[in-house]
Design a protein around this ligand. Structure first.
Ligand code: IMP
Ligand code: MG
Length: 182
């Protein structure tokens, strides 16, 4: 199958995403006014969304990153999560806002939040570009969500399939019926 045929329709354009990121950034500014905030990006998928939020908030914020790998197939996470890059910033008594690309089962973030809580932050909340509510397994709630998406395998704007398509300047999905055979 050619690459052209495996990328579906555009779900959200750059313009849609920018507009939504600005709305959420405004809300974050309001909610954390006068507080010390750390934006913690999850590598690698959150990079474009992370830079949008960072750019559009006007309050000062410190930044750091974390990498969590979830074992399972390339399409679904297993719930067994391993942190492969640890943030170095001191989170003690600071507000942490995890910037995520997508919440699917919620297993990854549930584990991450529990690990981050061990560092004694003042709060740990979540800002995810996308949310697949229908797929949720873990008891996990995101305080800020860019867009709700159906049960599709979405790609672009940081989201990958097997490390591909992260650079698309829009959010789309994999068209192929049997994506595991790509
Ligand atoms: P969860 O632990 O099931 O919530 O999965 C979270 C992680 O799985 C996300 O941070 C993504 O890296 C990946 N993921 C889940 N759904 C998709 C998708 O539709 N496209 C690309 N990556 C996804
Ligand atoms: Mg991923």
């Amino acid at each position: 199958m050619s690459e052209k045929n495996i990328i579906g329709k555009i779900l959200y354009t750059q313009e849609d995403i920018t507009k939504r990121a600005k709305e959420i950034a405004k809300q974050i500014d309001k909610d954390y006014e006068g507080e010390e905030l750390i934006l913690l990006g999850t590598l690698k998928g959150s990079i474009p969304w992370f830079t949008d939020i960072l750019k559009y908030i006007t309050n000062d914020a410190r930044i750091d990153f974390i990498t969590a790998s979830s074992y399972g197939s390339s399409m679904t996470s297993s719930g067994i999560v391993k942190i492969t890059y640890e943030p170095t910033i001191n989170m003690y008594n600071k507000h942490v806002l995890v910037i995520e690309d997508i919440i699917d089962t919620g297993n990854t973030l549930k584990y991450l939040k529990a690990k981050l809580a061990e560092r004694g932050p003042k709060s740990v909340k979540v800002c995810s570009m996308l949310n697949k509510e229908s797929r949720r397994v873990a008891d996990l709630h995101a305080e800020y969500v860019g867009f709700e998406v159906d049960d599709l395998f979405v790609i672009g704007y940081g989201l990958d399939y097997d490390q591909r398509f992260r650079g698309l300047p829009y959010i789309s999905y994999l068209e192929a019926e049997d994506v595991e055979s790509l």
